[in-house]
Design a protein around this ligand. Sequence first.
Ligand SMILES: *Cc1c(COP(=O)(O)O)cnc(C)c1O
Length: 370
Amino acid sequence: MPVPLLDLKAQHQTIRDEMVKAVMDVVDSQLFILGEPVKQLESEVAGLSNTKFAIGCANGTDAILLAMRALDIGRGDEVVTTPFTFFATAGTIHNVGATPVFVDIEPKTFNIDPQAIAGGITKKTKAVIPVDLFGAMAPIEEVKKVAGSLPVIEDAAQSIGARRKIDGKWVMAGEAATIGTFSFFPSKNLGGYGDGGMIVTQDPAIAERLMRLRVHGGAKQYFHDEVGYNSRLDALQAAVLKAKLPHLAAWSAKRREHARFYDDAFRGLDGVVTPHVDPKNESIYNQYTIRAERRDQLQAFLKEKGIGSSIYYPLPLHLQPCFAYLGYRKGQCPVAEQAAMEVLSLPVFPELTQAQLDEVASAVRAFYGR
Ligand SMILES: *Cc1c(COP(=O)(O)O)cnc(C)c1O
């Protein structure tokens, strides 16, 4: 029995009727751009994230880009971020005209190392972008402490609904940052039927600016205060996401259950380091990512058995050819470079059956001779 890394059809089967109705309501309304479904989703995501404002946009990449534009980040500015993330985190820094400054990660959680951020800050730094990688929040309170008066943009594309206990109080992904960003790419925990994104903030002025920036920079149609973008969330995506949102908590709980199963199955297994979630965090496990000895051989072995896996991420961003102009060398972010050689993400989607979980666990154990 093959076990894919992600099986969206399995999820679809469980909610098909609700989804068809949500889609058809929009189709029948013939109102496709922004509108009521987007407003409702924004209000629900703001509620989930404990933020005053949520602004839908076209995708999670634009969410980061718009966040930087709303903070007036551009040419000549530097933005400190992690090299161990999806490309969009740094691609957007380049695309607003600023310079990405990569600092290393913590070996256990793969998230940005707050101590390393301090070393990346210069007079030109205009923001820090931590990423809540694989479903667990970066240590946002420590990042904020190091950032001081600099704004913090929390790239929470993989972590909607994740939380972290800070001073005895749960803080949601996106809640404590200057701006938080989400993606509704289909493979995220809350995935649409295409692209979608959202930006959250507690700051009314930033929210207002974002509302303008996503529609070409004008508060009033055909009058433009500044040059913005076409980065709207459409009503069909919003309706789908709104119908899926009530399921999100249960789906993420299932992922945590599967993660605990793997943790137990791999405990004491030589060759595998199971994911370390900071005890302050509740992860939503967008990925279950192990460190594996002979990683590439393990992946080939799993593939032969029909088990899907993926390497997030094989080449840290400071070593990407497109950033060669920044002059980074191998060895400058050694923890991220090591992680890139060892990580492997295993299937952890909510609808995995016990038989599938057993199959993945036995295959990994068999590879290491157990
Ligand atoms: C998915 C992702 C993005 C980009 O989201 P899109 O909706 O695909 O544009 C940005 N950052 C991280 C960390 C992501 O995982």
